[in-house]
Write a protein that binds this ligand. Structure first.
Ligand SMILES: [Zn+2]
Length: 186
């Protein structure tokens, strides 16, 4: 696994669909929570306080009674130092959301410690959401790190034990990438 992975990580081959290398594909961002309408414009974070009603910003999303925080979920690649890093959205209670928003500008969100929530981005696309999770708040300007807690979720195992090469390729395929162009010769 490690040797095959190392070869892929340094491969210059590009995915036929998007032009990214394997290493570049290991970082992926969900633009908005899956529930959020695609036509809701993304605004600066200050809009959270300036706008009423539904709003989407870089780090926050408010939809009716739902509250989402932009977070990060890391899936280790085997036992290597590499990770598949996903920028995802996590639903939290309105109270936690408001406190997080209050602490955000001062970069003191780590005062919140660990906050229970729900992964609200389907990983891979089409899988069941929401998934019970904990958000670990981090110091400074780092986004919270999501830990899947739902024992029935395959993501929990992947997060605990790391992805095999097959897991990684299956995930990339599920996200629509062209595997043959990535792994051929690799
Ligand atoms: Zn691609």
């Amino acid at each position: 696994m490690d040797r095959d992975l190392a070869r892929l990580m340094t491969s210059r081959r590009k995915c036929r669909c998007c032009g990214a290398t394997f290493a570049q594909l290991l970082s992926l961002e969900y633009d908005r929570p899956d529930m959020c309408p695609p036509d809701l414009p993304k605004l600066d974070n200050s809009a959270l306080f300036l706008e009423t009603g539904d709003v989407l910003t870089e780090d926050f999303c408010r939809l009716e009674d739902y509250r989402f925080i932009r977070s990060v979920m890391s899936l280790p690649l085997g036992h290597t130092e590499h990770e598949f890093v996903l920028g995802i959205w996590c639903a939290v209670s309105p109270d936690h959301f408001d406190t997080y928003a209050d602490l955000f500008d001062e970069q003191e969100t780590d005062e919140l410690g660990v906050v229970p929530g729900w992964l609200s981005s389907a990983v891979p696309p089409g899988s069941e959401i929401p998934v019970a999770a904990n958000l670990h708040m981090l110091p400074g300007d780092q986004r919270p790190e999501l830990e899947v807690t739902d024992k029935s979720s395959p993501l929990r195992d992947l997060q605990k034990h790391g992805l095999t090469l097959v897991d990684i390729l299956e995930l990339l395929h599920a996200f629509g990438h062209d595997l043959p162009s990535l792994v051929h010769d690799a």
